[in-house]
Write a protein that binds this ligand. Structure first.
Ligand SMILES: C[S@@+](CC[C@H](N)C(=O)[O-])C[C@H]1O[C@@H](n2cnc3c(N)ncnc32)[C@H](O)[C@@H]1O
Length: 263
């Protein structure tokens, strides 16, 4: 690490996320995989119901920070499912925090999940669902893993509004690493209304929330800056584009839905 703990804590201080503030700042900075996943989880949990002992799937958990957060904050059991990060690496992280009885790392691809239907009381997914969940058919497959009446909640990078012409220049301009922010995979970014329709139209779930994090770009920038200073970014910082965009297009979108009782 390039900086000491006091500086790390200072860089991460954000009154909006009191629960996240309790976690070791070095651990949080080393967990970089995108926007601060503890903050995203804390925001998501404001609209989800957890009770101790519930079984929760954390889909695309990355380094399992959100799984650990959920187990600690709410006493739930979490299946920490990821593809890019090996289960053994996440198991190490789980053991380091002594949650072996509550967080279970699984390595599985989103279309070949090894779970029983209706096994989970709730499903969450942070900065991951956009990679596989924009397919019209995916929700029908995915929601069968949560019991009828159980909640599904995601936070994804998305859009404040759709483009009404060509992509804005600041999104396509070449930045730090010789590439533009907007790569072809960004076409999986959508507005909160798009997600509401996407999940609502199948008649499988009732959408309870589809909104954007107010001034979310500022929190996204804060974490990029902090990880940049700490030296934990794996890719060049997205700060420049986010600052120039200033919440005009780029957003963090939250969607919470409940599986219909007869769905
Ligand atoms: C940007 S990372 C975010 C990780 C973590 N949730 C976080 O916010 O720090 C996206 C995660 O989605 C997972 N993912 C992407 N495509 C997937 C797929 N097809 N099946 C399962 N997981 C997938 C990756 O393994 C990766 O860890």
């Amino acid at each position: 690490m390039n900086i000491d703990k006091t500086r790390m804590a200072e860089l991460l201080r954000n009154d909006r996320y009191p629960r996240s503030d309790k976690y070791d700042p070095e651990w949080v900075l080393q967990g970089w995989m995108g926007p601060n996943v503890l903050w995203l989880t804390e925001w998501l949990c404001e609209r989800m119901e957890f009770r101790p002992g519930m079984r929760v799937l954390d889909m695309g958990c990355g380094k399992a920070l959100s799984s650990i957060f959920l187990a600690k904050e709410f006493g739930v059991e979490v299946w920490a499912n990821d593809l890019w990060i090996p289960a053994t690496e996440n198991w190490q992280r789980v053991r380091e925090v002594g949650l072996e009885d509550r967080v279970f790392p699984i390595h599985a691809e989103a279309h070949e999940l090894p779970y029983a239907d209706e096994f989970f009381d709730a499903i969450i997914s942070l900065d991951s669902y956009q990679y596989y969940g924009t397919d019209d058919l995916y929700l029908g497959y995915f929601c069968k893993f949560v019991r009828p009446g159980g909640q599904l909640g995601i936070v994804v990078p998305g859009l404040m509004r759709d483009f009404d012409g060509p992509l804005p220049e600041h999104l396509t301009r070449i930045v730090a690493d010789g590439k533009p922010f907007w790569e072809p995979e960004c076409w999986c970014f959508h507005t909160a209304d798009w997600w509401r329709q996407h999940w609502g139209k199948a008649g499988l779930v009732d959408v309870e929330v589809a909104d954007v994090l107010p001034d979310g770009w500022k929190d996204w920038v804060q974490y990029e800056k902090a990880c940049g200073e700490a030296g934990t970014l794996l890719f060049p910082s997205e700060e420049e584009t986010l600052v120039e965009d200033a919440g005009r297009y780029l957003a963090l979108v939250r969607v919470v839905a409940r599986r219909q009782k007869d769905g």
